[in-house]
Design a protein around this ligand. Structure first.
Ligand code: G3I
Ligand code: 9MR
Ligand code: ZN
Length: 553
């Protein structure tokens, strides 16, 4: 295959690009009434060598095709791209399945056929948990979503996933009207909020008497490849960390704001939990880290710095309560050297920018707004430059292909959306339009969209990194139920972790030769947990991006 494109498709009015690695002349073909017709032909632009893949690439720009339909691209050697659609609704089902995937992670309940189709299983992980440091303490902490391909449940990843999802809902509510066919469907509350509530109810149980959040709830060792209901290992509550507690305070405060309109009593419970967690943070201004005990091999999610988590917590508390003491904290933390543009589990500082810059009530001080605005736009400009340098239009440099690189891609897409929204406000406020220049907001938006195209097949390995989406979607996620359920097709709508320049699972290390360019360090193999696992917080930013592009449907 020498022609790469978004295998799901393109929106009619947006930029449309494909990449060829051989043959410079191309034609764009449209399938019609059982036949096909040529709708465009040309010579691709020689874009030179792409650093992250090592490929010599030629860019096909077919933006001027707007008509809805099914297409493919063919080069002069007769090689063809996968088929793709052009249409207003190309990401609609995708967004639904990305969300529905979370339902399949529900723990502590049965997945019934009515909702789960073939992917049913009985109740799992029903036993009480024991405190790791004091085995005499036993707690009921059922519920929540399995984090990933393992059965652990961890607070920081949970908070980050809920953060992406609730912001997506808050900013683009019109994209969340569809039913997800979950047990709560039809309740009058948008299904995304019901799904997130499943996680939040579990999170509410994960707080100790002093307000601290337990870092994680897992068994001592990862389970074998067995179905969740077969995993009878003892689960433990691991010690409180400042990172988890700050993420906890932040996500609970945000949730309290979002659920207020639907359920005041629930919003109160969330705010109470957020306040208690915040008090814990005030009592523990120092960094309280977490490290796996020697015998434990489940996810560690260790972070060397909790300042960004504290910034996120102070921000959400400010936006939810409007209290001055939180503004003081935000201002103080903004003087520290933090990125302010990241949305991953190690660095959540971008949530502060997202919250403050999109806050219609104007709660934060003009200074904080100004500071964040500047950083966000500067980072967006940098990402646009990086994406322009990339033959595949992706805002990633070779060193960015770390474990879960698809999360980096999607988080950058989120930042670009935030920048687009911020720039659009300026443009609407009447800053002079430079004639002949493309608006900044549009450039950011189109670059964000290119990140989605990369995920869906516009990349050097020709994979769509979402199960069930595209003619060549990956099929073997590292996910215990998928490996064990005997069903041929994986559940649709799961984002893979993606290429990792230094794979650290056995099969990945074996299969990927030394010197392989970072974008090509990928294998679609179920054993490759460092390349091909799924997680709740790799799907959630994809929900954010698709919801943005689906908002006018
Ligand atoms: O932050 C540094 C960055 O500064 C540096 O440039 C880069 C170079 O490799 O590394 C970055 O750190 C990486 C870190 O993730 C943050 O992204 C580490 O190398 C990398 O090993 C680490 O990987 C994490 C992995 O667990 C191992 O701890 C993944 O992000 C994380 O998603 C993954 O999480 C697992 C859970 O433990 C268990 N559940 C499944 C889940 C998904 O695989
Ligand atoms: O399946 C586990 C996956 O969810 C984690 O991301 C990964 C790192 O914590 O560990 C995987 O479990 C492996 C374990 O660490 C080592 N033995 C093999 C396990 C399954 O491949
Ligand atoms: Zn479970």
């Amino acid at each position: 295959m020498a022609i790469y494109c978004d295998q799901t498709g393109y929106l009619p009015q947006d930029r449309k690009r494909a990449v060829m690695t051989a043959g410079e002349n191309y034609k764009v073909m449209r399938m019609k009434d059982g036949g096909e017709e040529q709708v465009m032909a040309g010579t691709a632009r020689d874009a030179g060598t792409d650093a992250a893949s090592g490929d010599h690439v030629y860019e096909v720009d077919f933006s001027k095709i707007h008509e809805a339909g099914l297409y493919y691209i063919e080069n002069e050697k007769g090689e063809r791209s996968h088929c793709f659609r052009i249409g207003k609704d190309v990401y609609k089902e995708l967004q639904r399945d990305l969300q529905k995937a979370l339902y399949f992670q529900r723990c502590g309940c049965a997945l019934e056929e009515q909702y789960a189709g073939p992917y049913t299983h009985p109740c799992c992980h029903m036993g009480d948990a024991v405190l790791w440091n004091d085995r005499s303490v036993v707690k009921e902490v059922r519920g929540g979503w399995h984090d990933a391909g393992d059965y652990g449940r961890y607070i920081s990843p949970a908070a980050v996933a809920v953060g992406h999802l609730l912001y997506a809902f808050q900013l683009f509510p019109e994209s969340f009207q569809e039913s997800l066919n979950i047990p709560e469907s039809g309740s009058g509350i948008p299904d995304l909020l019901s799904e997130c509530r499943y996680e939040l109810e579990w999170m509410l149980k994960m707080q100790d008497e002093e307000g601290g959040a337990y870092h994680k709830l897992t068994s001592e060792r990862h389970a074998d490849f067995i179905m969740p209901e077969e995993d009878k290992a003892q689960f433990y509550l691991f010690p409180v960390s400042s990172m988890a507690t700050a993420d906890y305070a932040a996500s609970m405060a945000l949730a309290s704001r979002v659920y207020r309109t639907y359920d005041g009593a629930f919003a109160d419970r969330l705010l109470e939990a957020a306040e208690a967690a915040y008090e814990w943070l005030e009592k523990h201004p120092e960094y309280v880290g977490f490290h796996n005990p020697e015998s434990c091999n489940t996810g560690e999610y260790d972070d060397v710095c909790d300042r960004d988590e504290r910034l996120w917590a102070a921000t959400e508390m400010l936006l939810t309560t409007g209290e001055q003491k939180y503004q003081e904290q935000v201002s103080k933390l903004l003087q520290e050297d933090l990125s302010r543009t990241d949305f991953g589990w190690t660095d959540v500082s971008g949530f502060a920018a997202l919250g403050i810059l999109t806050d219609a009530a104007g709660t934060a001080s003009p200074d904080s707004v100004g500071e964040l605005r500047k950083t966000v736009l500067a980072e967006a400009d940098r990402l646009v430059r990086v994406a322009e340098q990339s033959g595949y239009g992706v805002a990633m440099e070779p060193e960015d292909y770390i474990w879960g690189s698809n999360m980096v891609v999607l988080n950058r897409g989120m930042l670009l959306i935030l920048a687009a929204m911020t720039a659009k406000k300026d443009e609407e406020a009447g800053s002079p339009d430079q004639a002949g220049c493309e608006k900044r907001s549009l450039i950011y938006e189109q670059t964000a969209l290119a990140q989605l195209h990369y995920l869906l097949g516009m990349n050097a390995v020709d994979y769509s990194y979402v199960t069930g989406y595209g003619e060549h979607a990956y099929r073997h996620p590292h996910n215990r139920p998928t490996e064990c359920d005997g069903i041929e097709e994986p559940m649709p709508g799961w984002v893979s972790g993606g290429p990792f320049k230094t794979p650290c699972d056995e099969v990945g290390r074996e299969r990927i030769r030394e010197g392989t360019p970072p974008m090509k360090c990928y294998v679609d193999h179920a054993a490759c947990y460092s390349l091909n696992e799924i997680t709740i917080y790799w799907n959630s930013p994809a929900v954010f991006l698709t919801a943005y592009f689906n908002r006018e449907l």
